[in-house]
Design a protein around this ligand. Structure first.
Ligand code: 5GP
Length: 198
């Protein structure tokens, strides 16, 4: 059985990557990695579903015991990908999506075979409207996230694909198309070719 694809999906806060991910995850072959974080849960967020919400001490303990694949400090909080779940799902042939920030993504790209997608907002103005419209963050946090967005967008060159999220349906279709195309790559189908020839 082929191993699954490891996909890294990044984009500034408010780019809509979470919503895109939720739709992609409806495919039972896709596993969205649930990250650990030390930030406070937002209204409606559930532990173990949206994030594993951990104390700083617990996060640092998991870091020191090698349980975290990559991590980053974003706006004063730790965020990290639990290692075991990701590798288990890949071994089972599932595609795994890591929805992580650019710094974490660059680390994962260096050390693993990944397909990386950057979700781009149509403009900074739209991004700002979306962040404010969410109404979940203080003004200070909105400003921090906008600053962070500029840094993240400047690193978009490092990604394999750019998907502009102007229209959600189109963006979802594009991400799905990327996954299909990646699965059709020759390197993903070497065993299949051998099987047909044998
Ligand atoms: P939020 O607080 O909006 O849920 O997430 C803030 C940022 O942290 C987002 O850019 C999100 O993609 C990123 N993030 C979430 N989980 C992880 C993770 O496991 N590792 C890294 N490096 N970034 C993450």
């Amino acid at each position: 059985m082929n191993k699954g694809l490891l996909l890294v999906l990044s984009g500034p806060s408010g780019s809509g990557k979470g919503t895109i991910n939720q739709v992609i995850a409806e495919d039972p072959n896709v596993f969205i990695s649930v990250s650990a974080t030390t930030r406070q849960p937002r209204e409606g967020e559930q532990d173990g579903k949206h994030y594993y919400f951990l104390s700083k001490e617990e996060f640092e303990s998991r870091l020191s015991t090698g349980m975290i694949l990559e991590h980053n400090v974003y706006c004063g909080n730790y965020y990290g990908t639990p290692k075991k779940e990701v590798y288990e799902h890949l071994e089972q042939g599932h595609d795994v999506i890591l929805e992580i920030d650019v710094n974490g993504a660059l680390k994962v790209m260096k050390e693993n075979d990944v397909v990386s997608i950057f979700i781009m907002p149509p403009s900074l103005e739209v991004l700002e409207q979306r962040l404010r419209g969410r109404g979940t963050e203080t003004e200070e946090v909105v400003q921090q996230r906008l600053n962070e967005a500029l840094t993240e967008i400047s690193k978009a060159y490092e990604y394999d694909y750019i998907v502009v999220n102007d229209n959600l349906e189109d963006a979802i279709a594009q991400v799905k198309a990327i996954i299909v195309a990646e699965k059709c790559k020759t390197e993903q189908n070497v065993e299949l070719i051998k099987g047909v020839l044998s």
